[in-house]
Structures are given as C-alpha cells and as structure tokens.
Design a binder for this molecule. Structure first.
Ligand SMILES: [Zn+2]
Length: 177
C-alpha cells in the first residue's frame, strides 16, 4: 500500500518543474526588492542634497569625530545608520521626510521640518558614534535578542534621542539665530 500511495502522490515531472520555476522567480523578485540593483536605481544623489544649503553635513560630522557621512542603500529600510567599524554615517536615498518628521514629533514633541529631517538623523547617528554601547544591526534571524538586550537597546535609543534633540537645538536651530 505504501508504494502505491507514493506513486499516486508523485507529481508529474512537468508540474514539479513549473512549481520550481515559479518559486525561483518569486525568490528573485523578493531579492530584487531587498537589494535593488544599482543600475535599476541610477546613481546616488550627493549627500549635500539631503540637507538645507546652510548646513554642511561633512564639516559637522568631522567636527564630532565621525570619519565620513555618505548616501548609501541601507538593508532593512532604516533611514540612517552608524557603522562603528568604519566610523561612518550612512543616510538612505529613500527618505520619507514627511513621515519621519511626524514620527519624530510624536516621539519627542519636537517640530522638525521635513527639510530638517536629515539633520536630525545625522545628529542621532553621530550621538551613537560618541557612545560606548553600539547597537547590533538587525540581521534577520541572527538578530534574535534576549529580552534584557532588547530593554537595554530601547533605553540606549531613548538616551541617544534625548542627546540628539539637545544637539539639534544647540548645533543647528540656535546657532542660526
Ligand atoms: Zn539609534
């Protein structure tokens, strides 16, 4: 009976091939969404184009001790990140400024204008640069963290945001008046 069942359940070769091809195409499609090819996206805009004309992101980062600030495609959809190994801040080319501005406002109460969003992000990542604790990047299954790690990270993020807010006022808003 066992062999009969196997024979009956075996799918025809052509059907198996069709399913396999469909799965492979689906995987390729997913990967294109996660890692869009540079050719498809075109060249990255200059870092200065994300900031108001009277804000120099390169000079500002250097003053804080960050080695480099650049535009880079960021895996996972974060708007910005800091890499402690290279001491580099990366800003995503896909910033939804209106959305990020309203998120900052609901989290902190600070009315960051959409055109100031990159400044806020730069300060946030630059604060990470000055901190001893560096948050591990989210990396799919590899980033399964313990609850105490999660709590520590959340507390660190709150503290980083508090300092970033202070820098935003002192280094940007008040300096201009
Ligand atoms: Zn952060």
């Amino acid at each position: 009976m066992g062999t009969n069942l196997n024979a009956r359940n075996r799918l025809p070769e052509a059907v198996v091939r069709t399913i396999r091809e469909a799965i492979e195409e689906k995987v390729r499609e997913e990967l294109r969404g996660i890692f869009p090819s540079p050719e498809a996206e075109g060249p990255l805009p200059a870092i200065e184009s994300f900031f108001p004309s009277d804000f120099d992101p390169v000079a500002e980062a250097k003053e804080i001790g960050v080695r480099e600030v650049r535009v880079a495609r960021i895996y996972g959809g974060a708007p910005a990140r800091y890499c402690p190994d290279t001491k580099t801040i990366e800003i995503s080319p896909h910033l939804d400024r209106e959305k990020i501005a309203s998120e900052i406002r609901s989290r902190t109460g600070v009315r960051v204008k959409p055109e100031e969003v990159a400044i806020w992000l730069l300060y946030h990542e630059a604060v990470h640069h000055t901190r001893k604790r560096h948050i591990p990047p989210r990396n799919g299954l590899l980033s399964l963290l313990s609850l105490s790690d999660e709590i520590e990270i959340a507390e660190e993020e709150r503290e980083v945001e508090r300092i970033a807010e202070d820098w935003f006022y002192r280094r940007w808003r008040w300096r201009r008046t």
